[in-house]
Design a protein around this ligand. Structure first.
Ligand code: CA2
Length: 143
C-alpha cells in the first residue's frame, strides 16, 4: 500500500512559531514519526509540503495510479480551495483530511472545510498525533 502525505501553506514554519497552537515539532520531525510508524505497518509513504495551491493540485493529479490513499493537511487552503476539492473528487483516491489543531474550536472562518465533503473523514486537534492517526486511518481505509 502507498500513502501520500500532502501538506499545505506555511506548514514549513512548524516548530518555529505559534507552538501553543501547532506544537513544537518541525514538519520534518513529524515526517520522521510518520516514516517510523509506516515502516512498522509495512506501508510505503511519500511526504510533501507546498505553499502553492496549484502545485498541491498537480500532486493530487499525479497521485492517480501511484497511491492508494492521500492524507491531506491542506492548511489554510482547507477553508478556501474549491480547486483542491475538485482535484480530490476528480482523481477518486480516498483522502483523509487532517489538522494539527481543532479547527472547530478556533475562529469561525476555520470551521468550514471546502474539502471535507469529498474526504472520507477528518482528524483534527491531536497535534502531531493527527498525522499518525491519519496513517492508521489510511492503512485501514478498506476495513
Ligand atoms: O491545524 C492545522 O493543521 C491547520 O491546517 C493549520 C493551518 C491553518 O490555517 C488551518 O486552519 C489549520 C495553518 C498552518 C500554518 O502553520 C504555521 C506554523 C507555524 C507558524 C505559523 C503557521
Amino acid at each position: 500500500m502507498k500513502i501520500l502525505f500532502l501538506n499545505g501553506p506555511n506548514l514549513n514554519l512548524l516548530g518555529k512559531r505559534q507552538p501553543e497552537i501547532y506544537g513544537s515539532l518541525t514538519l520534518s520531525e513529524i515526517e520522521d514519526k510518520v516514516r517510523a510508524r509506516s515502516a512498522q505497518l509495512a506501508v510505503e509513504i511519500d511526504f510533501h509540503q507546498s505553499n502553492s495551491e496549484g502545485e498541491l493540485v498537480d500532486l493530487i493529479h499525479h497521485a492517480k495510479g501511484s497511491f492508494d490513499v492521500i492524507v491531506l493537511n491542506a492548511a489554510a487552503y482547507t477553508h478556501t480551495s474549491i480547486a483542491l476539492r475538485d482535484a480530490i473528487a476528480a482523481v477518486g483516491i480516498p483522502t483523509i483530511e487532517i489538522h494539527l489543531s481543532n479547527i472547530h474550536a478556533r475562529e469561525e472562518f476555520r470551521h468550514q472545510s471546502m474539502i471535507a465533503g469529498v474526504c472520507r473523514g477528518q482528524i483534527a486537534g491531536f497535534g502531531a498525533q493527527s498525522y499518525l492517526l491519519g496513517l492508521e486511518a489510511a492503512v485501514n481505509i478498506n476495513g
